[in-house]
Design a protein around this ligand. Structure first.
Ligand code: ADP
Length: 626
């Protein structure tokens, strides 16, 4: 029979598996069992909605047989099975687009047990222990059974075979033992028992094995020298109770962690595990996880939000998006309710009254948990916020700020005085007497904002400033507009609502100087004013009107021809020597005074992080003055 080649990507991956030095080879069993359980889920679902199949839930099982003589391990399920196309598509290709990344990660982190499942290459992991894999399978609704066979990277064959029952059997012929590796161990019954317990205990179908045991012979029971005999007993190796059905007090956090990583193919540990059980108008159990790290595809369209939805232990849909609001899309988990019909279609789900109520409850629950984490476990909350804070900010901005009231108290911003992230409420509680605004400043990072002359006055007067270093920060504050009746005010705003009284002593008329600078700069600036906020810097730029410099930068970056431009106000520090110098030059050397005005304006642009209109002109100008 002609051998078919694996798709090239799959082939490379296979090579890697076969030759892997992976220290957790044992996870192959978990992967095969999970696939069997998924296949049963599919047929079980059909059985529950279609009487013609003549099977009930209790008929479904997974069976493990180890044969030391032939050195084979056989895993049989009576799930949905595969037809010829399925075999080609599912076992001949690695469908998951993340397989290249997987390869990289495996090379970088050969000890990470969770990356195999995470990338949907579970079946191939069997090649870590098997030199040959045979899959005999018959699909529900199909008359022909097929045999898929492969000894690794050189390809696979598919042929028709004899198989009466629907379902799949996977036969692994173990690799030969080497000095370093003993593959026979995976044929030992105690090893199989403990692997099933460790990785697959929550699988909801019985995983059966004929276990050899020994007992005292009946007839020698009462004698002084009792004799023993061997017998086999069909044992269910897993406890089968879904983890979310077990009372929280009976489940160790490690079990939840393991469930989380296996079920959701996650490589982090959840930062919060939420278990809830509700009885009343709607009855449901939910097990929710807040991840501790941003999934690598989180901000791409590959990432699927939603919770797994079960109806009385049977999975109805893998990603029920309606169950979590967009701004909590990082939450993973499952919801199990008896109140839904198994036949419910996707369209009907969206409008289902029970589901809407569950979704509302879940949203409240997540919010409460986040609030309590913020109050009681600040360190974890900050970790959570650095992973998903941006999502919450998007949530504030989205839908024209419709959800801002729900989310504003969950936000954190870095504080200039506290030198750590703070909440808006903490800021307002600390506000100085008479302070009417919540000040914020925007920049690349804290150091850059510290260096902004515009923040100098605020800082010298002891006002706390919130630092917006994330793209989404300023938009978030603009959307909020107010918090506890205090307006947000940018440090680069022309009016900060505070006066620098020290400056007012000097009541000299400066109209001539101001007019001179404005005329020199022309349309480049909307206005030139005497600064009330500068202390040690000669100039700074502030923005007038609704558009800030950060918005200008942002929009020009995403759409270069947007024409978005903030109105520039050049503030002059009249007591600064450079400005004084310029003033006296107006009388003695007006051309030089004009050059001074241009240089000072360019410096103000640079400090604001805005591009110079003409950098070479600027350097020429500076050189001519030197
Ligand atoms: P994943 O399970 O992450 O999709 P795998 O490589 O483990 O990736 O399996 C590939 C596919 O092969 C599965 O998605 C499934 O469609 C099919 N498959 C594997 N094992 C079985 C089985 N026992 N019964 C039916 N289909 C199976």
């Amino acid at each position: 029979m002609a051998k078919k080649q694996f798709k090239s990507e799959s082939k490379r991956l296979l090579d890697l598996m076969i030759n892997s030095i992976y220290t957790h080879k044992e996870i192959f069993l978990r992967e095969i069992i999970s696939n069997a359980s998924d296949a049963i889920d599919k047929l079980c679902f059909i059985a529950l909605t279609d009487d013609k199949l003549g099977m009930t839930r209790s008929d479904f099982k997974i069976f493990i047989e180890a044969d030391k003589d032939s050195r084979t391990l056989k895993i049989t399920d009576n799930g949905i099975g595969m037809d010829k196309d399925d075999l080609e598509n599912n076992l001949g290709t690695i469908a998951n687009s993340g397989s290249f990344r997987f390869k990289q990660e495996l090379e970088e982190k050969p000890d990470d047990i969770d990356i195999i499942g995470q990338f949907g290459v579970g079946f191939y992991s069997a090649f870590m222990v098997a030199k040959q894999i045979t899959v005999n399978t018959k699909k529900y609704g199909c008359d022909t059974a097929y045999c898929w066979q492969s000894s690794g990277a050189d390809g696979y064959t598919v042929s028709e075979c004899d198989k009466q029952d629907i379902g799949t059997e996977i036969i692994l012929t173990m690799k030969d033992n080497t000095d370093d590796e003993n593959y026979d161990e995976f044929l030992e019954q105690y090893r199989i028992q403990s692997l099933v317990k460790k990785y697959s205990d929550y699988i909801r179908y019985p995983i059966l094995m004929d276990v050899k045991k020994s007992r005292v012979k009946e007839e020698t029971k009462d004698s002084d020298k009792p004799e023993y005999e061997e017998y086999t007993d069909r044992e269910t190796l897993n406890s089968m109770i879904p983890i979310w059905q077990r009372p929280k007090k009976d489940v160790a956090q490690e079990e939840y962690d393991r469930f989380y990583s296996e079920k959701f193919l996650a490589s982090d540990k959840p930062i919060k595990t939420i278990v809830t059980s509700v009885e009343g108008v709607v009855t449901y159990k939910a097990l929710l996880f807040i991840p501790s790290a941003t999934p690598y595809d989180y901000y791409t369209k590959e990432y699927k939000k939603g919770l797994q939805l079960y109806s009385s232990g049977v999975m109805i849909t893998e990603n029920c998006e309606e169950l979590v609001p967009e701004y909590f899309r990082f939450v993973k988990g499952i919801v199990d309710t008896a109140d839904l019909s198994l036949n419910i279609s996707r369209e009907m789900l969206q409008h289902d009254r029970h589901l809407l109520t569950i979704a509302q409850n879940i949203e409240k629950k997540i919010k409460n948990e986040l609030n309590s984490m913020l109050k009681n476990d600040r360190e974890s909350y900050e970790k959570f916020f650095s992973a998903f804070g941006r999502q919450l900010k998007y949530g504030v901005v989205a839908d024209y700020g419709m959800h801002k009231d729900e989310l504003q108290d969950l936000l954190l911003f870095y504080s200039s005085t506290e030198k750590k992230p703070v909440t808006l409420s903490e800021y307002v509680d600390r506000m100085k007497e008479g302070q009417e605004r919540i000040y914020f400043a925007t920049g690349e990072n804290a150091a850059a904002i510290d260096a902004l002359p515009q923040t100098e006055l605020l800082r010298s007067k002891g006002y706390e400033i919130l630092y917006c270093t994330d793209d989404a920060d300023e938009f978030t504050l603009q959307t909020l507009m107010m918090y506890r009746e205090k307006r947000f005010c940018s440090a680069t705003n022309d009016d900060l609502g505070i006066e620098n009284e020290d400056k007012d002593e000097d009541k000299k008329d400066n109209t001539a100087l101001i007019t001179f600078v404005k005329e020199t700069l022309g349309d480049k600036v909307a206005e030139v004013v005497e600064s009330k906020k500068l202390v040690s810097h000669p100039v700074c730029l502030t923005a007038k009107g609704g558009i800030s410099f950060e918005m200008e930068k942002y929009f020009n970056a995403v759409q270069p021809d947007s024409g978005m431009k903030a109105q520039r106000v050049l503030e002059l520090n009249l007591s600064h020597p450079a400005v004084k110098n310029m003033e006296s030059l107006i009388q003695t050397d007006i051309n030089k005074a004009k050059k001074y005005a241009e240089v000072l304006y360019s410096q103000a642009l640079l400090i604001a992080g805005l591009p110079l209109e003409n950098p070479s002109e600027y350097t020429d100008l500076v050189c001519s003055l030197m």
